[in-house]
Design a protein around this ligand. Structure first.
Ligand code: G3I
Length: 457
């Protein structure tokens, strides 16, 4: 249609008025509390908004500028994986992970640890192991890495991608799975013993809707909760193409109803509906009280592992995409306030062996819980102060014949078999009256029948 000069000036006036009124409503929205960054808007309902970070990009000013402006949670994309942290057996390398953690903490962000055990990105030396040698190497890895980062990780992906794709609902065949079905719970127990303050998550992909695979995970989590295996959260990676499953929110909710926190851990979305699907996923998390937050798997499209699919919130120049606005608007529209789960105190084991010294003896008591498998075990020892506070303690564990300590954490020790004496380290000698601290060790053989005795020092 051709416009006359009069209709042009009317159109100009109308658009000026429209702009003025839009401006007013935007101002109103802002003054009513709408936040202008992902992290701040997620925080309004008690949630975090995170991203995967690559250590190699921390020198890129555009990247770091967006990271610091928008995000409140960080997941190292590759730097805390097994190949990066233990390139040779028992030789640990934390430089990349530490770099990301320090950058995050110094700018007020928290960190999701990713991933203690996974069938991919294993160092070469692991590939030569099987059976109990692999099991022990895996548990040692969990213990050492979780101990290194003790007290600094919001949540760990303890085990990543252990379920098979397709309709079986069963475990994925992998080197770790071949060490026995209980490898996952052994990993969670070792992680809890090493870092009691971190939430412990199981993380997987293609579990975003209700399907055979997610139901397999659901059944495992329900079983863990019933038996007291320490698990606090489930991660839904959400690498989506074109749409989200129609039962995405219902799936999150059924896991939340088991009493675990749910987290969207590696979100990226391809396809022409990208902005709308990002909005749908964000609203689903907001509608589930135990959905603690969302992490996208990279910052700019050019940072994504999905080369050429442009699945992220910022373009290669670092400019916000329509998907960004869709997420921000959804966050600002609000949702349920989160009711995050707290980590339970370390408990339990299948068939725990517990020995307790008489109350009051030596000013402290001790008890041992065992997680055993054929040929090895992890022992968690709890040291409880009596009616007066402890300023130091030692515990003697007496191992049965054939059992030996391979390595320990949170205590120094003398001896490896028979009577082994454990002494507090600098940060856990002081225990208030009636409270407890824990240390642990991994060993070979069977520790059934182990006893312990505690004394104050
Ligand atoms: O750093 C080396 C570089 O020195 C070398 O020149 C180059 C040659 O290929 O490789 C570089 O390492 C690559 C690394 O990413 C860093 O870019 C690895 O080859 C590559 O395999 C690795 O890919 C990572 C992938 O996990 C490994 O499976 C992706 O960055 C990472 O985004 C991706 O993340 C996974 C999650 O951990 C678990 N869920 C699925 C998700 C996507 O696959």
């Amino acid at each position: 249609m051709r416009m006359t000069s009069r209709s042009l000036s009317r159109a100009a006036l109308a658009s000026t008025l429209l702009a003025a009124s839009l401006g007013a409503s935007l101002l109103l929205a802002t003054s009513a509390g709408a936040a202008t960054t992902l992290g701040a808007s997620a925080a309004q309902t008690g949630r975090y908004f995170g991203t995967a970070v690559s250590a190699g990009k921390l020198g890129d000013a555009t990247y770091v500028g967006i990271l610091n402006r928008e995000f409140t949670m960080v997941t190292p994309e590759n730097e805390m994986k097994w190949d990066a942290t233990e390139p040779s057996q028992n030789q640990f390398s934390y430089s990349g992970g530490d770099r990301i953690l320090n950058q995050a903490v110094s700018t007020g962000k928290r960190v999701r640890g990713h991933a203690l055990l996974w069938h991919q990105q294993q160092p070469g030396w692991v590939q030569g192991l099987s059976g109990s040698a692999l099991r022990q190497a895996a548990i040692n890895h969990v213990t050492q890495v979780a101990t290194h980062y003790r007290g600094q990780i919001y949540a760990w992906d303890v085990v990543n991608e252990a379920f098979a794709d397709g309709g079986s609902g069963g475990r994925r065949d992998s080197d770790l799975q071949r060490t026995g079905d209980d490898w996952i719970e052994a990993a969670f127990r070792a992680a809890r013993a090493a870092d009691p303050g971190a939430k412990l998550c199981y993380n997987d992909y293609n579990t975003d809707g209700v399907n055979a695979k997610s139901t397999g995970v659901y059944t495992m989590v329900r079983d863990f909760k019933a038996r007291g295996v320490p698990i606090d959260c489930v991660g839904f990676q959400s690498h989506l193409s074109g749409s989200a499953p129609s039962d995405y929110q219902a799936n999150l909710q059924r896991f939340a109803d088991l009493g675990v926190e749910v987290q969207i851990t590696e979100l990226d979305i391809s396809g022409s509906n990208q902005a709308a699907v990002y909005g749908t996923v964000t609203r689903a998390c907001l509608a589930v009280a135990r959905c603690a937050g969302i992490t996208v798997w990279g910052i700019r499209d050019s940072d994504s592992w999905r080369t050429g699919e442009n699945p992220l919130l910022f373009d290669a120049n670092g400019d916000k995409k329509p998907a960004y606005t869709s997420v921000l608007d959804a966050l600002n529209a609000g949702g349920t306030t989160t009711t995050p789960t707290t980590t339970t105190t370390p408990t339990t084991t299948t068939a725990p062996t517990t020995t307790t010294t008489p109350p009051g003896q030596g000013g402290c008591t001790s008890s041992v819980s065992l997680d055993s498998w054929n040929g090895g075990f992890v022992a968690t020892v709890r040291v409880t102060a009596g009616s007066t506070a402890l300023s130091g303690w030692s515990v003697t564990t007496t191992l049965p014949a054939g059992a030996a300590v391979a390595n320990g954490w949170n205590a120094g020790h003398s001896g490896t078999s028979g009577a082994v004496t454990w002494t507090n380290v600098s940060y856990n000698g002081a225990v208030p009256a009636g409270r407890y601290t824990e240390f642990g060790f991994q060993g070979t053989g069977s520790a059934d029948g182990i006893t312990s005795a505690c004394s104050a020092s």
